[in-house]
Design a protein. Structure first.
Length: 473
């Protein structure tokens, strides 16, 4: 819940980087029999299920603009929200109206079991209940609040699809931004459902490696002018989820869930006050949140690479029968574009040492690696260290630390030099390279059968496969 004194503002409020997501949830029963879908029934249902949510979202946005310090997280308004809101000039506000109760009526009206909304961007505000508009139909949604933050209208079925396909906060907000842009820009004329929006976004990747919605200029050989808009067709999502490309994407994502597990593991102990005391510092929510926030902002593709680094380090330690192994990855914060480093430390010895001693030694080594990384590259703004046990050892323990860049005094440098020697850590200064996003992985991994082939060879194999599939059919 998100409240100000005397009033509940919205059902859920999410802040990540420069993005604020305001949710409003409405379950409104269809006012008439589904066999009698009248203009009056649609207007009544729309006003209660969607228009009221739009007003609620706009009021919440206005309140956080005018007086963000007076916003509380509890019903008694005793605890202010424990987060800092992004500056207004950088803030991106997304409204999400989740509405249920009209699915059966929509299925009956369209004679389609889907029961979700069509997307018609030409509908703006009151146009949604104005049946004098050309081509107007009920259960069609465009821009429901053209003068305020863009409000995305989903039912539970479409929200489940969107949140399962874009299951990190960064991927989710990118989709919301792109969706709002294509609907308000006039570049989209029609989509039969939200799933087709998702399919087209997933299957279009720009030169920067990022997903985006297709444009008329993407159609080769098509003649078009600046007033033309693109339309999506039914069935693209169903074809996508049954394709080999989608199956490879699902398989590639499995590795990334280790990153999700680590976030969940650390968060659980933070919320339950069961964090291990390391580096002679009492664990606090603020200290842990700094590292968790960066980890949570990684998108799904980046999580694959980061999780692979941790898993690979643990496997390499076992194969080499080493005492410890460390990997360092330097990337950029997905929100601020600042340089961020991750240090992954695997340390053996948990079975041969008392747990507290093992954890203390491991934490000191991890801290030394993090400080050395920050010292050797002063452009890095934050170093996040994650320490884990060897695979073959019993039990489970992981440590998380986050250290921001600092002003290095002669004393700091001397203490770090001593720690480097004592723990035999990075005796030579590091020369770290930033990993560009999406260079080592893409959302849809390529077919391994094409690896090492020229374009001509790939096309020849594709033609051969197409012929074979034609014979099978």
């Amino acid at each position: 819940m998100f409240r100000k004194p005397g009033k509940e503002l919205c059902d859920l409020f999410v802040v990540c980087g420069d993005d604020i997501i305001i949710f409003s949830d409405k379950n409104i029963t269809w006012p008439e029999s589904t066999d009698n879908i009248s203009e009056l029934a649609w207007k009544r249902w729309y006003n209660r299920a969607i228009e009221e949510s739009v007003k609620k979202i706009r009021k919440a946005d206005t309140s956080i603009r005018k007086n963000p310090q007076a916003i509380f997280a509890d019903a008694k308004c005793e605890h202010r929200i424990p987060i800092e809101l992004p500056p207004i000039d950088r803030r991106r506000v997304h409204g999400i109206c989740v509405t249920t109760g009209g699915e059966q009526a929509a299925s009956s009206y369209f004679d389609d079991p889907d029961g979700t909304f069509m997307i018609m961007p030409f509908l703006r505000g009151k146009d949604h209940v104005d049946f004098t508009r050309p081509h107007h139909m009920p259960f069609c949604i465009g821009d429901v609040d053209p003068d305020g933050p863009f409000v995305h209208v989903f039912n539970m079925a479409t929200l489940d699809v969107v949140m399962s396909e874009f299951d990190t906060i960064t991927d989710f907000t990118k989709y919301l931004n792109a969706r709002a842009d294509i609907i308000r820009s006039g570049r989209l004329s029609f989509s039969p459902s939200e799933t087709e929006m998702v399919a087209n976004y997933l299957q279009t990747i720009g030169p920067d490696g990022e997903h985006r919605f297709p444009m008329t200029s993407d159609v080769r050989g098509a003649k078009f002018d600046s007033d033309m808009a693109i339309a999506f067709v039914q069935g693209e999502y169903a074809c996508l989820v049954h394709s080999p490309e989608y199956q490879r994407r699902e398989a590639a994502n499995r590795t990334s869930y280790e990153w999700d597990r680590l976030i969940g593991f650390f968060t659980h102990h933070v919320l339950n006050g069961t964090q291990f005391r390391i580096l002679d510092t009492d664990p606090t929510v603020e200290l842990a949140e700094r590292g968790l926030r960066i980890m949570a902002r990684e998108d799904r593709v980046q999580r694959r690479a980061l999780a692979s680094a941790i898993i690979g380090a643990r496997k390499a330690l076992e194969e080499q029968k080493a005492g410890r192994l460390t990997r360092i990855a330097v990337t950029r914060d997905r929100s601020t574009n600042e340089k961020v480093a991750y240090v992954f430390l695997v340390l053996a010895g948990a079975n041969s040492m008392e747990q507290e001693s093992y954890r203390r030694v491991r934490a000191m080594i991890l801290e030394t690696y993090c400080l050395a990384t920050l010292h050797d590259d002063c452009d890095i703004k934050l170093c996040v260290g994650i320490a884990v046990m060897a695979i073959s050892e019993e039990g489970e323990s992981e440590d998380l630390i986050a250290i921001p860049q600092q002003k290095w005094t002669p004393k700091d440098i001397e203490e770090l030099s001593v720690a480097r020697k004592n723990f035999d850590v990075l005796q030579k200064p590091l020369k770290l390279k930033t990993i560009p996003f999406h260079v080592h992985a893409t959302s849809f991994p390529p077919d391994p059968a094409f690896e090492g082939m020229s374009r001509q060879q790939r096309r020849a194999l594709e033609r051969q496969r197409a012929k074979q599939q034609g014979r099978v059919r």
